[in-house]
Design a protein around this ligand. Structure first.
Ligand SMILES: [Zn+2]
Length: 392
């Protein structure tokens, strides 16, 4: 077992837009409740650490002062909501709500706290399940995300510790905000696996988005076909993450664990099972042990099957971060309470059993297309990172 911290306090469940909005904070409370029920956190080697909100100066590491000022203005009751449009606020996805500056600052502070305890040497891994708001841009909210906690934490680690950061994102949606903020920065390599932008928000994340200026080659995108299942996605991830890390030699890995690539997720069309996410985290841990003295700063992200998937997926993520896989069986009392609350059939085990979901008829075609995409990424990116570019 390795030392890992869970960064959490109940107030983080205050990041919410309105009833019925897909980003429902109950998914976080359910996750932490399941982790606690399984007694996987709260002891000396797996502490639960209460975060503090990010300060305005810390938000400015990733956001413009004009944007932060606008979010603050729009966070009070009775504002003229029309002003929000210029800042990406006030649409269906990211509505204007009273107190949003405070709630988004709390989430940014949680991921920043995770970065600080890892870089301070207090633990090797930290998990901030409330974080992972990867769509927020420097001066624009987008896709449920007001402040980009990941970018704030990465910039802080760059400034305070001068580290090279490998950012890995397997949320079903492209990590566009993080990519854009570091697009010309060769010290931060962003690597995103997601459903192709041809079919899904935010419609970006294609192989040819490779960075700009000095950062050319340091934005890596792996767009996957709708219907992608575990084996094909695992092959892509396992082919690329160790190779990119070996070429880039990061000092720390920041890992966005959006679990909306699960087959039951209502917002995307990928077909992962929960065990795949556990495999991803285990591999990232091994890569971090090889190159980064074990340092991983992990966050949550998307995940909209809030009862049937998110708590199971992120409990597995947490167990893998701890190097101590969570037991498969979910306690009856937890299941009973969640089934009663949701009226849904929640699986009784953390790992979806083999054959739990039927395979798609287009499986061979999807696998072939994804394999071609991986080869394309390898051919374009690895030579740039290893300095072999001229030989190609
Ligand atoms: Zn997502």
């Amino acid at each position: 077992m390795t030392d890992a911290a869970l960064v959490w306090e109940d107030a983080l469940a205050g990041y919410r837009f309105r009833p019925g909005h897909p980003l429902d904070p109950r998914r976080l409370a359910l996750t932490v409740a399941l982790i606690r029920r399984l007694e996987l956190a709260g002891d000396a080697s797996r502490p639960v650490i209460a975060p503090r909100p990010a300060t305005e100066a810390e938000l400015l590491l990733a956001h413009s002062s004009e944007y932060v000022a606008a979010v603050k203005r729009l966070s009070v009751a009775g504002v003229r909501a029309a002003e929000g449009a210029a800042w990406g606020l006030g649409d269906e996805d990211t509505p204007i709500v009273e107190g949003m500056h405070a709630m988004a600052s709390a989430v940014a502070g949680a991921t920043l706290t995770a970065a600080q305890v890892v870089m301070g040497g207090r633990v090797r891994r930290a998990f901030s399940p409330a974080g992972g708001l990867h769509h927020a841009h420097r001066s624009r909210a987008s896709g449920f995300c007001v402040y980009n906690d990941l970018a704030v934490a990465i910039r802080w680690m760059r400034r305070e510790h001068g580290v090279r950061v490998l950012y890995v994102d397997y949320d079903a949606h492209h990590g566009d905000g993080v990519q854009a903020i570091f697009y010309d920065d060769p010290e931060v390599l962003t690597l995103s696996f997601h459903e192709s932008g041809l079919y899904l928000f935010p419609t970006t994340g294609f192989v040819d988005e490779m960075g700009a200026g000095d950062g050319y080659g340091y934005s890596v995108n792996v767009p996957l076909e709708p219907g992608t299942e575990d084996d094909s996605w695992r092959a892509a991830f396992f082919d690329l993450v160790p190779a990119v890390a070996e070429a880039f030699r990061p000092d720390v890995i920041v890992l966005q664990n959006g679990c909306d690539g699960h087959v039951l997720d209502p917002l995307a069309h990928l077909r992962a099972t929960t065990g795949l996410f556990e495999d991803f985290v285990r591999l990232v841990g091994e890569v971090a042990d090889r190159w980064c003295e074990g340092r991983v700063v992990a966050t949550g992200g998307g995940g909209y099957a809030i009862h049937a998937v998110v708590p199971r997926a992120w409990t597995l993520v947490w167990g893998a971060l701890c190097g101590d896989p969570a037991p498969d069986r979910i306690p009856d009392d937890w299941l009973e309470a969640v089934r009663r609350e949701s009226g849904e059939a929640v699986p009784a085990v953390l790992r979806d059993p083999p054959g739990a979901f039927p395979s798609v008829p287009e499986r061979a075609e999807i696998e072939a297309t994804n394999a071609r995409t991986v080869r394309d990424v390898q051919r374009r990116v690895l030579p740039l990172l290893t300095g072999w570019g001229l030989a190609f």
